[in-house]
Design a protein around this ligand. Structure first.
Ligand SMILES: Cc1ncc(COP(=O)(O)O)c(C=O)c1O
Length: 407
């Protein structure tokens, strides 16, 4: 007889997943049982510094007291109504999120992919209703090496063959141009273009930071073409880069903002399309929806997240600690690090392939008590909680240096 999961050790729990869970992930062999702040603890009580933070879903650390309290309070009052009825938490969430981002209206959803799907639908509807694009002819221009999620429509405009192969037929209506190339973008937009959809920093691609002026250029190209600028800030937004939004680095306001991950405080899935009234105003009852989108628990946690960001403290921390991160990585250049890109408390670090793969280095870091995740071959991604201390960050960088030195 198989022992119940709760009595198993890490190795047993990993083995137990094998026959009953789809193999669509290849996690590091660590089984987390509890966490607080920047630290997680495995089943055996070993502690690890979390330098991934749920791909930025944990920008405020694990179980931030203000967020946990907001969730507890809401759990004791009201958790779900569906949008068939109004509830008393939604208006404030939308008001404060719109004010934080400088936009007008909010469409609450749950996951990042849903926000992207919703953004695509809204952009197309806007193209037909407002821009006057003939029915079913709207195009959306996207960037190569993008990552926007996993639905069939979203992988239709991915350039990652692993994400696409075996999942066709694909949704038409997308044009792919190189990232960080304004001339190519300019050439791709025309009278059918509903929107340009990009990540202001490409996260999954390895924290690719575009040249200064690119985001302002995208704003200018889209303005001239009379199409929408849709910024997917699901990973780059909400403090990660040292500003509330990554587009803030260039003082750019997109027409549509896609948010997710940290918006749920690492507690519940909360995503949103936030946009100008002229854009989100195109939706009419029945045209789009989600049973869980904007539910009272999500709205309560999301409002508490917005409350944390309203203080500016996390953006400031990310900017200040980002300097520590950059300096630490610069010190590893030529010592196993062949290149890195960073913005705020977020970095893609290219490891010398002669030393090992990103996966191999991630496993070695794990054994030394630091959790990161590889992306694309020899790149590892660092995205600690914005609550991490300078000492914790320095110690993680020191461990990275030691692991690379030994490799
Ligand atoms: C930029 C971006 N957009 C969309 C998504 C999809 O979010 P989710 O996994 O919540 O569907 C991600 C996830 O990594 C992302 O980084």
């Amino acid at each position: 007889m198989t022992a119940p999961a709760r009595t198993r050790d890490s190795a047993g729990l990993i083995r137990a997943e094998e026959p009953v869970l789809a193999h669509n992930y290849h996690p590091l062999p660590v089984v987390v049982a509890r966490a607080e702040g920047s630290w997680v603890e495995d089943v055996e009580g070993r502690r690890y510094l979390d330098m991934l933070a749920g791909y930025s879903a944990l920008n405020f650390g694990h179980r931030h007291p203000a967020l946990v309290e907001a969730a507890h309070r809401q759990l004791d009052r009201l958790t779900l109504t569906s949008r068939a009825f109004h509830h008393d938490r939604l208006a404030e969430f939308a008001e404060r999120l719109a004010a934080l981002t400088g936009l007008d209206m909010v469409l609450p959803m749950n996951t990042g992919a849903e926000a992207v799907e919703s953004g695509v639908k809204v952009a197309r509807k806007w193209a037909y209703d407002v821009k006057g694009v003939p029915a079913d002819r709207a195009t959306i221009v996207v960037a190569a090496d993008n990552f926007h999620g996993r639905t069939t429509t979203i992988v239709s405009f991915s350039t990652d063959e692993t994400a696409r192969t075996g999942f066709g037929p694909f949704t038409p209506g997308f044009r792919i141009v190189p990232y960080n190339d304004l001339a190519a973008l300019e050439a791709a937009v025309d009278e059918t273009t509903a929107a340009v959809l990009i990540e202001p920093v490409q996260g999954e691609a390895g924290v690719i930071v575009p040249d200064d002026g690119y985001l302002a250029g995208v704003r200018e190209v889209t303005r001239r073409a009379g199409c929408l600028f849709v910024a997917d800030e699901i990973q780059s937004g909400l403090g990660r880069t040292g500003r509330t939004l990554a587009v803030d680095h260039e003082g750019v306001v997109p027409d549509v903002l896609l948010l997710g991950k940290a918006l749920g405080g690492g507690i519940v899935p909360v995503s949103a399309v936030v946009a100008r009234r002229e854009v989100l105003g195109v939706l009419r009852p029945g045209e789009h929806g989600s049973t869980f989108g904007g539910n009272p628990l999500a709205a309560a946690v999301g409002t508490a997240v917005v409350g944390l960001l309203e203080t500016g403290e996390f953006q400031r921390r990310a900017a200040e600690l980002g300097v520590v991160l950059r300096e630490g990585l610069a010190g590893l250049a030529g010592k196993g690090v062949v290149g890195f890109r960073a913005r705020g408390l977020w970095a893609g670090v290219d490891i010398d392939p002669a030393i090992g793969t990103g996966r191999g280095i991630s496993e070695r870091l794990m054994r030394e008590g630091v959790l990161v995740k590889d992306t694309h071959g020899s790149t590892i991604r660092l995205a600690p909680p914005l609550t991490v201390t300078a000492e914790e960050l320095r110690s993680a960088l020191q461990v990275l240096g030691t692991v690379l030195g030994r490799a």
